[in-house]
Every structure is written in C-alpha cells, then in structure tokens.
Design a protein around this ligand. Structure first.
Ligand code: ASP
Length: 381
C-alpha cells in the first residue's frame, strides 16, 4: 500500500509533565501521500493505541493480541480513496485497553498537545473495554478543545471478513474531517464513534460485549445520525466558549474508587472501603434516584468519612435518569450526611472527573463545587 514509515522523537513541551513517554521514539506512519493542490484538504492524525481493531490471533494460544498499525492499515485499502492527508502515530506497544491507566490518557493527550496545530482532527483507535473512560478523561484534560477528537475501535479485528473496524475507522475519519461553511470543524469535542452512532465521549458507556453497536448514551442524544450520509445535530454539539488556546491538564489523581451499594452491604465493608489509605474521592453507586440504606450506622460511616475530607459523589446504578437527592427520604439522608449529587453523570465520567479535579490540586470544597457543575457537557444542568 506504499505506506511510508518514519520515527519521530517526542520531546517535552512542558517541564512539569512527569512523562515516561518524553523522548521515547514513537512510530509515525504516513498513510496517504500529501497531495499538492491549491484547495487545502483536511489533515488528520490517527493515534493508534491498540484494542481489538488491530489484534490478530496468536497461533499458539488462540488468544487475540494487539498488533502493529501497519498491519492494521494494510487491511483498509479504502482509506486511500479518502481525499484527506492522513498521518498516524503508534505507541511503541499497542495495548488491550483493559491494561490502560491514567498515564496512557496523559500519553494520548500529549500527542494531541504536540500536534494540535498541525492537524485538523484526531482519530484515536482504542480498545472498547475502557474507551468510555479515556473519552471522559480526555474531555476534561483537553480544555478549550476546538478540534475533533474521535475515538473508535471495533468488536472484531480488522482482518476478519465481517469486521466492523473498517467501517468505524472510515466513518471516524469522515467525522473528524467534517467542516462548517466557514471552514471550522463541525465537531469541537471528544466523541466516540461506533457503528452508526456518534456519542459525546463523556456521556457514553460500553454496554455490549457482542453487538456492533457496543456503546450507548442513556441520558444524552447522539451527536450525529449516521446512515447514507452523516447528519450532525447542531442543537446538541458542544460549542466551547471564548477563544482561549488549547490547555492540556495532565494532572490526574487516581486516589478514587467506586462503591456500589447492594442490599446486605455491611457497615464493616463500608468503613473498610472508606478508610482505604490515601483515598480522596468515592463515586457511590446508589439505587434508583440516588437512594441508599437508612441504617444509622451506614449513614454515620459516610458522615465520618466526609468529615475526614473525603468527597463522596452520588450516582445511580440506573443508566437512565438522574440522581434526585430530595425525591426520597433515603436519598436526602445521604445528602444530609454530606454526599454530593452526581446528577446524570455516567460512572466513567464521574470517576474521571474526580481524578481530574483532584489532579488539579483544588481544595475539597472546590472539588465538590465543580463536581456539581457541568464543565464540558458531561452532565445535565
Ligand atoms: N479487550 C479489548 C480492548 O479493550 C476489547 C476491544 O477492543 O473491543 O482492548
């Protein structure tokens, strides 16, 4: 396919960022030759992190393992027919996304930061398992983002005859290349594209391990209708305010966790969890509209933890609808103990937002205030 490969060293852009990636050699593959014509064609960067889309079967074990980007792109000859200039970046080791952690989000954010001015849009190829976490985290980390960051992957490897990867990749590139009449990008946010759905990244959740339509967004409409054409929904697209330049926030504090309630959960369990050394924030997954046990020992354990400085955010185990602390007495008891409302945040958005806010070293009161304030369209207001 005439793919040209070159190696690029990435150097620190800012001294403060504690990166292992800095100075590391990252493989850059030019997918299509830049064509020399007067009309400026969209220039896109594919960032390949791994995931099923690029996996092949290990002949010895039969298990799927991540493979090189060149291998992946060789399987998509149609990509050459797109009238775009496309480059790609591959991290030295493609990952199954279940092995990802905040340092990988920092790596992705860093590549976007380094090449923000050079490209019109970014397509991140990523495993589906933690895609919604990455999408949510990036939405907070990339402040003032005014270019498309489309995250996609697939359920079947791109080498498979029935793969969904080819379609997802091509459509993501088209979404990332879409422009408004004035030439500015249609999409100015982090989104997940999967099959015929384009979702706001911090509103989406993986809900199926089998379906090609693997993601859903229970509290927010799709950003575009993808059928014969791609019809964006102007009324729901995120529009950043002001004209500030991109500011990437690398700090993420992972001293946070989920605590999912179930009938029968004991005070010992709750106390033990809330006393985890170093813990700063908890996303409590409650019942229905934000309700929990009315047992005074449970409420006392929660109150004590909050008095020690823990931030506890109430999100519902139901995907659809929102936490309403005042609808039931059991919900308002949690509120009375100092638990704050996560409104209609997805679990992924709630936990990554906590990581992000603690990562900015905000005082506890500011973290609480910002948890209840929509920052980038992640919650209803
Ligand atoms: N385990 C894979 C991953 O998240 C699943 C996928 O890509 O669909 O990387």
């Amino acid at each position: 396919m005439g793919v040209e490969t070159k190696h690029i060293d990435i150097y620190p852009k800012q001294d403060s960022f504690p990166r292992e990636l800095m100075g590391q050699r990252i493989k850059s593959v030019t997918v299509s030759e830049p064509k020399d014509d007067s009309e400026r064609r969209p220039k896109l960067l594919i960032i390949y992190t791994g995931g099923t889309i690029g996996m092949i079967e290990n002949p010895e074990t039969g298990a799927l393992e991540p493979f090189d980007f060149e291998n992946l792109i060789d399987n998509v000859p149609r990509i050459r027919r797109l009238d775009y200039d496309i480059d790609s970046f591959q991290f030295d080791e493609p990952l199954d996304s279940s092995a990802m952690n905040p340092s990988h989000w920092q790596d992705i954010a860093y590549v976007i930061d380094c090449f923000y001015d050079d490209y019109d849009g970014f397509v991140v190829l990523h495993g589906t398992d933690t895609m919604a976490y990455t999408a949510s985290a990036l939405s907070f980390m990339l402040e003032n983002l005014r270019k498309p960051v489309v995250i996609t992957g697939s359920q079947l490897p791109i080498q498979e005859v029935r793969t969904d990867g080819e379609e997802n990749l091509i459509t993501s590139l088209q979404v990332a290349a879409a422009r408004q009449d004035d030439g500015s990008p249609v999409l100015e946010e982090v989104a997940i594209l999967f099959e015929n759905y384009l979702w706001r990244g911090n509103r989406a959740t993986k809900y199926s391990a089998d379906n090609f339509n693997a993601f859903k967004s229970s509290n927010f409409p799709r950003l575009a209708k993808i059928g014969l054409g791609i019809t964006f929904r102007d009324d729901v697209l995120w529009r950043p305010r002001g004209n500030e330049p991109l500011k990437v926030h690398y700090g993420m504090d992972n001293n946070v966790m989920y605590l999912s309630l179930f009938p029968g959960i004991t005070d010992t369990m709750i106390r033990h969890a809330l006393n985890t050394p170093g813990l700063r924030g908890v996303v409590m997954k409650t019942y229905g509209a934000g309700n929990g046990p009315s047992d005074p020992n449970f409420l006392e354990a929660v109150r004590e933890a909050i008095e020690r400085g823990l931030v506890i955010v109430n999100t519902s185990q139901c995907d659809n609808g929102m936490v309403d602390p005042h609808r039931y007495k059991t919900g308002s008891a949690l509120y009375g103990a100092g638990v704050i409302s996560g409104h209609d945040l997805t679990s992924e958005a709630a936990i990554t937002k906590l990581m992000f806010l603690f990562g900015q070293n905000y005082p506890v009161n500011k973290v609480k205030e910002m948890m209840e304030t929509p920052l980038v369209g992640e919650m209803h207001h």
